[in-house]
Design a protein around this ligand. Sequence first.
Ligand code: HEM
Length: 440
Amino acid sequence: MTTATMSKSIPGDAGWPLVGYSLDLFRNMDHVVKERYERYGEVSWMRMFGNNFVVLLGPDANQFVYQNRGDLFENAAWNVLIGPFFPRGLMLLDFDEHRMHRRIMQQAFQKQALEGYLDIMNPRIAHDIGSWRESAHFEVLPAMKDMTLNVASEVFLGHPPGAEAERLKTAFVYLVRAGASVIRYPLPFTRWRQGITSRRLLEDWFRRELPEKRRSSQDDLFSRLCHAETDQGELFDDEDVINHMIFLLMAAHDTSTITLTNMLYQLARHPDWQTRLREESRALGKQQLSYEDLASLQNMKRVMKETLRLCAPVPSMPRRTTRDCEFKGFEIPANQLVTISPWFAHKMPEYWQEPEYFDPERFAPGREEDKQHPFQWVPFGGGAHKCIGLHFGEMEVMAALHQILLNYEWSVPADYRVRYDFRTLPIPRDKLPINLRRIV
Ligand code: HEM
């Protein structure tokens, strides 16, 4: 679609010459989407990352895109943002092929599998948290990143810490960073080039380990994907396992890290909630959570929901139309990039009381502000591509926070407010420094 034809039906503007809105979005996505909604309403177009996107805002738009009646929207649009580094990851597949792969992968996310992952991650979390030192300037983001990478090494790969795990961790970090490169060509010394080399290193590692994983049956995710089979006998071939594993590492890592980091931030700013959660955790009388304990930590769940509302780790999602369609009277042509924004829907005063305010009770029975529209709270997406790892993510975040609460207390100065960098997923610009004190 050209700019000229778009402007006839859908209002909008290109933003700055060449870069469009890309730099504004990196700096302050929050402001850009709010301003767009005020100026144009639920449907508009804008230029970003070298393309024209139709921006659909609000819960109705989320519903239209996530429900995807008639297979109108393709997820392969993600390639525009994450580059060629995650080919054939589940999120990038579409329609019948996607449904088949999802059915197989689902086997690795059932309750019994999750219990096995929790047993592996608990001691790893205890080990990592045990090594933290009290500090008036403890940087939360790198500590969480390191812990979730170590958990991934053991739970996903079935690989204990050591030199090889470190090599894989580094390759993985380079790979994710490459997807968000500004220079998107493999020139020497660029992040893009580093990404290609890292992808090859990870593929080689998985290809080498695969035969052994196929032979034995263990509790890690790699092993489970090798053995996953549906009732109809569908299973993954070796290349599927490799592509899915590399994608899963990416999908799980930054999202869980950001959620944990933001929960520590909110609990630092709201010491009454920190105390409440610590008491709830202490009442369980154990250092490490079992799968059944998750259901009893209702306050922690509400804090997690509210944190995900205030900072959705995946703030927006791209799609591409497969044919002409219409939303609220606006015509959207075939082959058009479209984006929706959980971030924006989570802050709409039409649906949330004092949306900028941290108030986990808005999810409590009797109030349940989130229940006015089925697509107003969507940190895990919705429809066919809804996050397959949402219970895994919740389990990891809660298992870690439980142990942190029992061993530490933390604070930030009363006037501290986090500022996010939106170049990849939203992360605190200053890595979130806290005052960390051991309590046992
Ligand atoms: C708090 C943590 C997490 C958040 C907020 C989150 C968010 C999301 C969102 C919004 C999507 C949908 C993307 C779209 O519709 O285009 C998604 C998909 C996905 N997530 Fe998560 N995620 C989290 C944790 C995880 C974990 C721990 C795993 C794996 C263990 C995982 C694996 C996936 C996969 C495989 C998909 C693609 C599903 C599909 O296309 O069928 N995620 N996630």
